[in-house]
Design a binder for this molecule. Sequence first.
Ligand SMILES: Nc1nc2c(ncn2[C@@H]2O[C@H](COP(=O)(O)OP(=O)(O)OP(=O)(O)O)[C@@H](O)[C@H]2O)c(=O)[nH]1
Ligand SMILES: [Mg+2]
Length: 330
Amino acid sequence: MQSKSRGRAAVARRAHNPKVGGSIPSLATKLRPSGPFFYCMKSGFVNIFGKPNAGKSTLLNALIGEKLAIVSPKVQTTRHRIKAFLNKPGAYQLVLSDTPGIIQPKYLLQNKMMEAVSAALEDADLAVLLVDVNDNLEELDQLFSGLKLRVPSIVVLNKIDIAANGKIKEAIAFFTGKSYCKELVKISALQQHHLLSLIDVMLKYIPEGQPFFSEEDLSDLPTRFFVSELIREKIYELFGDEIPYQTAVVVNEYAEKAQLIKIQADIIVNRESQKAIVLGDKGSMIKQLGMMARKDIEAFIGSKVFLELFIKVRPKWRDNDMHLKEYGYR
Ligand SMILES: Nc1nc2c(ncn2[C@@H]2O[C@H](COP(=O)(O)OP(=O)(O)OP(=O)(O)O)[C@@H](O)[C@H]2O)c(=O)[nH]1
Ligand SMILES: [Mg+2]
């Protein structure tokens, strides 16, 4: 993202204006310094791990107060590590990382997703092991034990707003005393319950130090990335079955014109039959997709947008290293 681009300015500005369209009613106001007496500044990395659908992206968005990571009821939505900065100037900077849900990879794209998880395991000051409280606890125990974490970790029980009867108590009893559970916090990322307590716990594990990133910014990722993700999110919303898992989105053009930003993006699919589905009858589906995506992109970058979408068929792109690199999966 160019430092002078409208996108970046918007993303940076919105850190101080959580009411801009599309933002989540947030903690941002509560996070401002409350007086002239600051402690030593803390700065560090908090990386969020868990099974697909645990609510990792929802948690990142709720903490930052902006929708930076796309969210869906379908599994395996996040494909990259997404860094976002939670700043309380003069007090702390938490560099939060959302990661793809942990799975056994079956094709090269999933290998790359799991490489993003491994990289995040290495550089955390604190690992947050996020649990959907309704999930199978034994399976989660195997997963977390298998991570062989070398950094402190806490277990965060999510979705307590929809916990089945007795499930919260059961999960607390289950995880208490586990080697990877230094502390246990229960939250609802969706309802934004107990997030300030969670931040307090996180800060205990963060060393003193100056910010790693500009406190004006929300993320180190380029605007184009967020644009492609917003388009991908609409594919998850509109299409069932395999389509979301067999598509990628690439932004080829992001040009600032006088009155608007022109964006051209390709939707990559595996087969002609998928192209026909994404296109829809007389182009009805791609039209709807474009309208939904444009609305969200405009809210995100704070500018009018002209969005042009093409569909391209690239057989077996998910197993083709060259294509994967081209589409941003390094
Ligand atoms: N009721 C409830 N739903 C939640 C909560 N947190 C997340 N969800 C929902 O759970 C679903 C999955 O959320 P995501 O944030 O996409 O989950 P994720 O862990 O990032 O998933 P992957 O990217 O696939 O690994 C979405 O439908 C969210 O709205 C919560 O606290 N309560
Ligand atoms: Mg996610």
